[in-house]
Design a protein around this ligand. Structure first.
Ligand code: GDP
Length: 479
């Protein structure tokens, strides 16, 4: 019956076509069940293989995660015995994510780390300090992903580094050395030399034997998993459309907590819900001292007006009366995300009570203006998360080149943004923005070498699913 179909559709939408598990305590995470009311339903469906991997992962996490019987036992063993090896497939193994850089960087790297956990059957734990408490819901049912501050692996000072293990092997004339039970891996923008070969089977053959890995990264290193022969068949099978990896994993992992959700939905109702079109405008200024505000404002209006995202203001004195048919007036709401409140204010003044060449009414709102990036600050991160989420609810998105903050919004929202040129000084640029070709985040620090040591000349011809990014050289992204 129709009624049945409606309920079925609603059920499908609520759980994002099977991406989310249905048995979950509803009150602990309201956004999980309500996000579909605020977002267009995604045309990209998760593959049944990805869904089965996720359900299987949730079982592993429940069996091995912090609330399990196995957890303390295995952690103690890993801590006290130097050379525990992974010897049977069902043994609990861990991957601890540790943060670097801003919240956008952290979110894209959590998604990448989670994919690595899925591929290696490791339980992923996150090291969230107070600055990230209460931002997200728990993503895995009947368990927690939070590493306890009391864990001996909360910091990694006593943990051997991947770098040093490889050096030891070299000193031993490449004969195998005893592997430690835990290992620290640095996959940050400035990775160590050996970590730059993370995409190679030799590296993975070693890492697979170590029960506990601590991984520090600010990078979306997913393309390197597609480049690794060890993983590429599996990861290709998980994603039919290669440019939807963050879209799926991001919507699976990152649910606003109830308090974040209250902020998001209140702002949404007050400033966005009634508009005919919602435009997200992310103005990330990387160098506020050397880049004058006026130059950035010009860039923004050149981009939005030239591409007909926003109308031109008409000079009152010279204009005929504009469309008076009230019923037809189209309202566009512009949500501005920036550290600097001046951008929202300028744009607001520009459009306030002024007729436009299309007759559209433009309303501008900027939820926050923190002036500068703050570290280890919970309220600041909450504002950042609210901004990213609201941007992701836009119909049209404008972001700034190179910004992972924008990547999170575009990926969650299934949006191909207009990319503003990244300004660093007083110069003008035409075009002011270009259209992005995919919603995937860009991997800013891809490997520079093949596993043989030869330099990689051209990603597109060497690896089927990777292309150079539009917004950053030498970044690559999945297509
Ligand atoms: P990226 O540096 O642009 O790649 O993004 P990150 O999120 O990694 O780091 C920038 C950080 O600066 C954010 O996490 C916020 O803390 C802050 N920030 C930058 N732009 C904005 C913004 O538009 N709104 C808010 N609330 N915070 C911002």
């Amino acid at each position: 019956s129709t009624m049945h179909a409606v309920i079925h559709d609603d059920y499908k939408e609520k759980f994002l076509d099977g991406l989310l598990a249905s048995e979950f305590d509803e009150t602990s995470c309201i956004s999980r069940l309500q996000s579909h009311l605020y977002r267009k339903s995604s045309p990209h469906k998760p593959s049944s293989y990805l869904i089965s991997k996720l359900r299987n992962y949730e079982e592993i996490h429940r069996r091995c995660g912090p609330n399990s019987k196995a957890y303390n036992k295995i952690m103690t063993k890993i801590l006290h015995s130097k050379n525990i090896k992974v010897d049977d497939a069902s043994m609990c193994k861990y991957l601890i994510w540790t943060p670097a850089n801003g919240l956008g960087n952290q979110m894209v790297s959590i998604a990448a780390t989670f994919l690595y956990a899925l591929l290696t059957n490791r339980t992923m734990l996150v090291r969230f300090r107070k600055d990230k408490q209460g931002l997200f819901c728990e993503p895995f049912r009947n368990s927690t992903w939070l590493l306890s501050e009391k864990s001996p692996f909360w910091n990694q000072d006593h943990v051997e580094t991947y770098q040093s293990v490889i050096e030891k092997e070299k000193d031993n004339k490449n004969s195998k050395v005893d592997l430690p039970s835990s290992l620290f891996l640095n996959l940050q923008y400035q990775a160590n030399f050996h970590e730059k070969f993370f995409h190679c089977d030799d590296s993975q053959a070693l890492l697979i034997k170590v029960p506990l890995l601590i991984l520090q990264s600010d990078q979306y290193f997913v393309p390197s998993l597609f480049m690794t022969p060890f993983f590429n068949k599996e990861v290709e099978a998980m994603f039919d459309e290669k440019d939807t990896v963050f879209h799926h994993l991001g919507r699976y992992l990152f649910h606003p907590s109830n308090s974040a959700w209250r902020l998001i939905t209140n702002l949404y109702q007050a400033h966005l819900a009634k508009a005919d079109e919602k435009i997200g405008l992310q103005i990330r200024v990387f160098n506020p001292i050397s880049t004058p505000q006026e130059v950035i404002m010009n860039l923004v209006s050149n981009c939005t007006i030239h591409n007909k995202l926003l109308p031109k203001v008409i000079d009152m004195k010279n204009s005929m009366s504009t469309s008076s048919d009230k019923n037809k007036t189209i309202t566009k709401a512009v949500l501005v995300a920036s550290l600097y409140p001046e951008y929202g204010e300028n744009l607001k003044t520009m459009y306030m009570n002024k007729p436009t060449d299309t007759g559209e009414v433009i309303e501008v709102y900027q939820p926050s203006g923190e002036e500068q990036q703050k570290f280890n600050d919970n309220k600041h991160n909450m504002k950042a998360w609210v901004d990213m989420y609201l941007l992701s609810l836009s119909d049209v998105l404008v972001t700034t080149s190179l910004s992972t903050f924008g990547y999170v919004a575009q990926g969650l929202g299934n949006l191909k943004p207009w990319l503003l040129y990244k300004l660093t000084n007083n110069e003008t640029h035409f075009p002011a923005c270009v259209r992005e070709f995919s919603m995937e985040p860009c991997y800013h620090a891809p490997p520079k070498h093949y596993c043989s040591g030869k330099p990689i000349k051209d990603f597109a011809s060497s690896f089927i699913y990777t292309r150079e990014c539009k917004d950053y050289w030498p970044g690559v992204k999945l297509v």
